[in-house]
Each structure stands twice: as structure tokens, then as C-alpha cells.
Design a protein around this ligand. Structure first.
Ligand SMILES: Cc1cc2nc3c(=O)[nH]c(=O)nc-3n(C[C@H](O)[C@H](O)[C@H](O)COP(=O)(O)OP(=O)(O)OC[C@H]3O[C@@H](n4cnc5c(N)ncnc54)[C@H](O)[C@@H]3O)c2cc1C
Length: 739
């Protein structure tokens, strides 16, 4: 295959080189044609079929080899064959030639280009796969885009050959007609500029703006279709109505109020949504108490002969509620009312694209008309339909906060971030926790070594990890709740007292009007890059829109949704997901931004790995937390960061430096050139950059520098015999930070 590619590439290069070597381009211009016009026309008169065929083959060769001259040949076609035949010949010849160039580019270049620039092309590939025909059609219509560039570039994308062919033929037809038509008057035209008569100019101008007009027309047609049958109010009560007061809804309404829009926020349950009431805040508060217990258990490591903890689990859970109460005012009705948001406590239902009906918690009903709506209704824990699950009863992340008694035996289903955080936390309080996983590891989105490190810690802390277990049914046997699972073809029985289901979270999609309006949903509400649903004035943000399920991504999307909802069509912003960080707050903490190894491999993106082990970091050693690593993926040979995974104490905080670096295109050299306070955990970021720098040190140059120093000492050879320790290397790296 590689040899075939090489042969084809060589043949093409040779053909193009010969074309220029023998000045064949001299024959593909208007002057030459005009000098030969009479002879050519005579030939066409005498042998019309041969003339058409010869011209056709020549046209295919010129376009297939991406040689200059297609525009002139199109004019000539008009002059020789007239409008109808000229258009027919050129339409097929140009499309066949274009397709040959497209196939050659695909065969010779696509694999290497995709593997080199796969990460940067990912968005283009996705766009082409979804909308490739339309993109191509637009490009074909605009004469500003060179014909041969489109052929070659399209060959690198995943567009299908058949689609490329027919869209090209259709898209080029208008341009072909204009050129061939101009060619019919070639006798009067002396240069390419001469074809720019007012009539032709107008048709080119039309061709230029046609794609834009076409796009607008398509969008307008789609909107017209979707709004058909709905009565648009003459005026609106509100600029924006936001449904749901979680992270996404709060941020959306805050932004709307800040830019002086009239906005109403509707919440049916608790202000603050999941994050405040059942998610981030309670889980992190509980994790904090559990961490204290783990430190007390490790007292001897810190030189404390004896430390004991006495606690009542109910008090711990009350502390969690107290923390929620402390944070609550930040998300309260009072605060948001003070910020200029009208807050209504009640259940909202979208009854038309511009109207929301509210069943207020005080029993009243209200209907509001609004120019735009943001759906921010969040997600709920998914509960798998395992036979017997309702009989044994279960907790989810919504209800676990009601527990006041520590379960003796806790069974956790699911090994994602929520399951992993709560598993370790309950184990640290002293529950016997069994974690049941269908797959082979916890947190499967992270690299294998990350999961292994976390699992190793879980095992050390006494957690019973059951990987590769498929939950078949729940039963009550001899008064004991039991999970019957299948493991390696055998039935396994796991008795427990309390079940926590943590297998994922499903977007809330029913019961508030999406079905009635026909807003498309898969796992989430379907939105475009502007966060718009199929109704351009209805937006969605947060867990309900996905694909991420974090408070910070909900807030990020909320900005786009609210700004677009208030200012489109005058100003619209595409949601930018280029740098999304997250953290799982297990111990050791796991944080990530950008790609990890498994994703880079899956997407065929070449990378280099640089690693710094926290065992070597002074502050981590002093803190008794010298475990974990900083792993940085970079573009081979360059310091451009593709992604970072940090495992260790405060990883979620440490990653911020890399998030900023990636967001603003700063490479590892810049991190290395920045002073970090000693002794801090943050130094790990710099030391990782130092490791990268050392691996890319110019060895040959350094050998010469060594000779220079030897010479300066008046000695022929270096007498340096001291072996450099890792610590010395690191410290040296601190100084060696030139870009
Ligand atoms: C245990 C746990 C720990 C987590 N830890 C973290 C973490 O550490 N970091 C992190 O970034 N993320 C974390 N998350 C995820 C985070 O909580 C969510 O991503 C975030 O809350 C999503 O916000 P949202 O606004 O999309 O939805 P939500 O917070 O769910 O808010 C949606 C709101 O809409 C309301 N609503 C729904 N339907 C209607 C209706 N018809 N009318 C009126 N109101 C309605 C709901 O009552 C709810 O208040 C955690 C989640 C859980 C469960």
C-alpha cells in the first residue's frame, strides 16, 4: 500500500513537473487559443465527436492533475462548442477530473495528514461527516475558493466519494454556465479581465453571496417549518425565561439580569440544584470528614503515637447539611432577586415556543410569554432495571444524604466518579464497602495506570472491589439482601445491608413540554454549537444538554446560551469546548485536562509522554503524600500541550496551571520559565516541564559545550565523575528555562 502510494505520488509529481518543464502552460491561455481559434473551429466542424472527446480528455487531465488552465478551458469550451454542449462537456469533465484529484489526494495524503493533524482536524472531520455535502456545495458555488484546492482538501476529509461527485457537479453547474456563456463571446474578449462585463459581474457577485443566502434560506426554512402551527405572540412579557435553578440556570439568569434583560428563573425544587443540594457540595463536605479520619488512622506516620476518632455518623451528616446551609445564600431566591432576576418557585412547562406555564409551589398558576427560553433542568441518577432492585430498596446520589446511620455493609453499583468518591468515603467511615463493576476498572475514562493507582489505594483501604461482575438480580435470602451477579460464567452472591446505585446520570427530558413541542432528544436535549434546540429561540445548557456533567461546564454553557438567547441574530457565539478540565475527588485526587493516552491513541493523534513522579517532590514528601504523578502529553518534538493528567494530593487545584496554559496556547517552556514557590505541590507542574526540557536537550550541542568548558579549564577531557542525583537534575532544570 505504501509502495503504491509512493508510485502514484511520484507519477503525479513527474507529470506536473513535465508539464511545466515543457512550458505546456503556454498552450493553456487565451492568447494561444485566440491565435489558433480558426484552426480549432475548423477541426471541430470536420470531426465534432473527436473534437469533443479530445477536449473532454484534455480537460479531465488538466483538472485531475490540478494544473492551471481549467478556467481558460471552460471559456474555450463555450467558444468552440457553444453554451449547451460546452456546459455538458465541461460539467462532466470538470467533475470527473475533480474526483480523480480528490481520490489521488485521499490515497496519497489522507492517512499521514490525519495521523499528524488528527486532533486539529477532529472538528473539521466531525463537521464534514455531519454536513459535508452542504459545506462542499457552498465551496463549489463560491468562485473565490480555487477549484483544485477544494479537490485536494476534500480528499483529506471523510466525505464519501459519491457525495463528493454529485455535490461537485451540482455545485459547479452555475459557475460552469457563467464561464461557458462568457466563452461563447470569446471572440470579443481579449483577456480574462475582459469577461467582467456588468452582466457577468452581477452574476459573479450573485455567485459569491449565494452560499450565504443559501445558508440563511436553509436556516429560515428549517425555522419556518418548526414554528409552523404555533401562534407567535405580538409582544413578550420577558426577554428570557430560564427553567431550573441549578448551576446552568443560575448563571444564565445572572448574566441576563447583568445585561439588563427582563428574566424569570423558575425552580420547582431547591435553588442551587444538584450541585448544592445533592452533588458537589455535600459530597465534598463528606469527603472532608472522611479524610480527617484517614489522617487520624495514619497518625503514626506523622509521629503521633496515638490518635483516636470518636464520631457519630449522624453528626457527620448533619455537618454536611450545615455546610449546604452555609452555601445556600449564594444561590438563594433573595440573592437572585437582588441581582435583578425574577424567581418563581414552581414547576415550569413549555407550552409553545414562546410561552411557559408555571404551576407555582403556592398553588397558583401563571403563563409567561418570552422571546427566548433556556432549558436547564439537569439530570437525575439512572437506575438500571435489574430484577428485584425495587424489593431490596436503594439509595442514589439524590437520597444518600438522608442516611443518618452508617451502613454496616454497603454495596455500591458503578465505578464512575460519583461511585468512586462515595465508595472510598463510606469505607473511611468504617462501612464494609463492596464495589461492583461491570468492567475491569474504576473511572474507565482515565488511563489504565490511573485506575490502577486508585484501585490499589481502594484495596489498601479495605474496599472489596468486584470487577467484571454483571448484576443479574437482587433477592432477599434468609432475610438478607443479596446481589446475584455473574462473574466469569459463575453466579456470585454478595450479601449487603444498603445499596447505593451510582451507574450514571440521565438528562431530565420528560414532563415539561419537550415531547409536545417535538424538541429532539437522544440521551440529552439536542443542541447545536450555539446551544440552540431545533427552535432557534429555545436553548439548553448544563447536564440536560451534556455531553459533560460538571458544574463548571454547566456554567460555561450557560454563558453561551444566555448571550445567544438575548443577542442572536445580531451576535452569536459558538460554545468552545477546546479545553475542558475535570477532577474526581478520590484520594489520591485525579484531575485531567485535554487528552489522555487512551484517547490520543483512539483518535490516532501522535503524542509524547512526559512524567514527573510526586515521590520526588519535596513538599509532597514533607506532607506524607509523596505518591501519584503529573503526566503531560505533548505534540512530538514540540512543547505544545495536548493534555495533562495529575494524580495526587490537590490534583484538582494543581491542574489549573495547565488549563490556563492550554487555553492560551502556552507550552511547557513557558511553564518552566515561570517562578513557582518552593516548597509547594505546584512545583510538580514545573518539574514535569523540566523533565520534558531535559528529554529534548540538544545533546550534540551540549557535547561541544562540555569540550568548551574542558578547554577553559585547560584540560583535554572533562574530569566530571560525579553522578547527578534526580534532585540536582530538577534544581538545575529550575534554572535552565530559556525558551
Ligand atoms: C454526588 C455528586 C457529586 C458531584 N460532584 C461534582 C463535582 O465535584 N464537580 C462538578 O463540577 N460537578 C459535580 N457533580 C455534577 C454537578 O452536580 C452537575 O453537573 C450540575 O449540578 C449540573 O447543573 P445543572 O444546572 O445542569 O442541573 P441541576 O443542578 O440538576 O439543576 C437543574 C434544576 O432544574 C430544576 N427543574 C427540573 N425540571 C424543572 C421544571 N420543569 N420546572 C422547574 N424546575 C425544574 C431541578 O429541580 C433542578 O434544581 C456532582 C454530581 C453528583 C450527583
Amino acid at each position: 500500500m505504501k509502495a503504491g502510494r509512493f508510485v502514484l505520488a511520484a507519477a503525479l509529481v513527474l507529470a506536473i513537473a513535465l508539464f511545466f518543464q515543457f512550458d505546456l502552460d503556454g498552450y493553456l491561455n487565451l492568447d494561444f487559443f485566440k491565435s489558433q481559434q480558426a484552426a480549432i473551429e475548423a477541426w471541430r466542424e470536420a470531426r465534432p465527436l473527436a473534437a469533443a472527446l479530445g477536449f473532454f480528455v484534455l480537460y479531465v487531465a488538466v483538472t485531475g492533475l490540478s494544473l492551471p488552465g481549467a478556467a481558460v478551458m471552460t471559456l474555450v469550451a463555450g467558444a468552440i462548442f457553444g453554451l449547451a454542449w460546452g456546459t455538458l462537456i465541461v460539467s462532466f469533465a470538470s467533475t470527473i477530473g475533480a474526483t480523480l484529484a480528490f481520490l489521488a489526494s485521499r490515497f496519497v495524503l489522507r492517512e499521514s495528514v490525519q495521523s499528524r493533524f488528527g486532533d486539529r482536524l477532529a472538528a473539521i472531520n466531525a463537521g464534514v461527516e455531519k454536513d459535508g455535502g452542504f459545506y462542499l456545495f457552498t465551496l463549489r458555488l463560491v468562485p473565490a475558493f480555487p477549484f483544485f484546492v477544494i479537490n485536494l482538501v476534500m480528499g483529506l476529509t471523510p466525505i464519501r466519494t459519491r457525495t463528493f461527485y454529485w455535490v461537485s457537479q451540482l455545485g459547479m453547474l452555475a459557475g460552469t454556465l457563467v464561464y461557458v456563456n462568457a466563452g461563447t463571446r470569446l471572440a470579443q474578449i481579449d483577456s480574462l479581465a475582459g469577461i467582467l462585463s456588468p452582466g457577468l459581474l452581477a452574476s459573479f457577485a450573485l455567485l459569491g453571496v449565494f452560499p450565504l443566502i443559501a445558508r440563511k434560506l436553509v436556516a429560515a426554512a428549517k425555522a419556518r417549518k418548526v414554528y409552523a402551527g404555533w401562534q407567535r405572540p405580538g409582544h413578550f412579557d420577558r426577554n428570557l425565561v430560564v427553567i431550573g435553578a441549578g448551576a446552568a440556570g443560575l448563571v444564565s439568569s445572572y448574566i441576563a439580569a447583568a445585561v439588563k434583560a427582563k428574566v424569570t428563573l423558575i425552580e420547582k425544587h431547591k435553588m442551587g440544584g444538584d450541585c448544592l443540594n445533592t452533588g458537589c457540595v455535600p459530597s465534598k463536605a463528606l469527603i472532608r470528614s472522611a479524610k480527617l479520619l484517614s489522617h487520624i488512622r495514619r497518625a503514626k506516620e506523622f509521629g503521633i503515637r496515638e490518635a483516636r476518632a470518636e464520631f457519630d455518623f449522624a453528626d457527620v451528616m448533619e455537618r454536611v447539611q450545615a455546610i449546604i446551609k452555609t452555601v445556600e445564600p449564594h444561590d438563594s431566591v433573595e440573592r437572585y432577586t437582588g441581582l435583578g432576576v425574577e424567581v418563581i418557585e414552581g414547576r415550569a412547562k413549555i407550552v409553545s415556543p414562546w410561552e411557559v406555564e408555571i404551576a407555582r409551589n403556592d398553588g397558583g398558576h401563571q403563563r409567561l410569554s418570552t422571546r427566548s427560553i433556556i432549558i436547564a433542568t439537569g439530570a437525575r441518577p439512572a437506575v438500571p432495571a435489574i430484577p428485584g432492585i425495587e424489593d431490596v430498596g436503594y439509595y442514589t446520589s439524590d437520597t444518600i444524604w438522608n442516611l443518618r446511620e452508617l451502613p454496616r455493609r454497603l454495596l455500591v453499583l458503578g465505578g464512575g466518579p460519583i461511585g468512586a468518591e462515595l465508595t472510598q468515603t463510606f469505607a473511611r467511615f468504617g462501612a464494609n464497602v463492596t464495589m461492583v463493576l461491570r468492567g475491569e476498572r474504576v473511572m474507565p475514562r482515565e488511563d489504565l495506570e490511573v485506575s490502577e493507582l486508585v484501585m490499589q489505594r481502594f484495596r489498601v483501604e479495605g474496599i472489596d472491589l468486584r470487577t467484571g461482575h454483571k448484576s443479574r438480580r437482587f433477592v432477599i435470602e434468609n432475610g438478607e439482601k443479596t446481589l446475584v451477579a455473574e462473574h466469569q460464567g459463575e453466579e456470585v452472591r454478595i450479601p449487603f445491608d444498603v445499596l447505593l446505585v451510582a451507574v450514571g446520570r440521565a438528562a431530565k427530558l420528560t414532563g415539561y413540554g419537550l415531547e409536545e413541542l417535538g424538541i429532539p432528544t437522544g440521551h440529552t436535549v439536542e443542541v447545536n454549537e450555539f446551544m440552540q434546540t431545533n427552535y432557534p429561540n429555545i436553548y439548553a445548557a448544563g447536564d440536560v444538554a451534556g455531553p459533560y456533567q460538571f458544574t463548571h461546564t454547566a456554567a460555561h454553557q450557560a454563558w453561551y446560551a444566555s448571550v445567544n438567547a438575548l443577542f442572536a441574530p445580531f451576535r452569536k457565539f459558538r460554545a468552545d469546548y477546546s479545553v475542558v478540565p475535570w477532577s474526581t475527588f478520590v484520594d489520591p485526587e485525579v484531575a485531567r485536562v485535554g487528552l489522555n493516552e487512551q484517547e490520543a491513541r483512539a483518535r490516532n493523534i501522535p503524542f509524547e509522554v512526559t512524567r514527573f513522579a510526586l515521590e520526588e517532590l519535596d513538599r509532597a514528601i514533607a506532607d506524607g503524600e509523596a505518591h501519584g504523578f503529573v503526566k503531560v502529553l505533548t505534540v512530538p518534538g514540540k512543547d505544545r500541550i495536548l493534555g495533562v493528567t495529575i494524580v495526587g494530593e490537590h490534583a484538582g487545584d494543581l491542574i489549573a496551571e495547565y488549563v490556563i496554559a492550554m487555553r492560551h496556547g502556552l507550552g511547557l517552556n513557558k511553564i518552566l520559565g515561570t517562578i513557582h514557590i518552593y516548597p509547594t505541590l505546584a512545583e510538580a507542574n514545573k518539574y514535569a516541564a523540566g523533565e520534558w526540557k531535559r528529554a529534548h536537550a540538544p545533546q550534540k550541542l551540549l557535547a561541544w559545550v562540555r569540550r568548551f568548558h574542558d578547554w577553559r579549564r585547560g584540560r583535554p577531557l572533562s574530569s566530571m565523575s560525579h553522578t547527578v542525583t534526580p534532585r540536582e537534575r530538577r534544581r538545575a532544570g529550575m534554572a535552565a528555562h530559556t525558551d
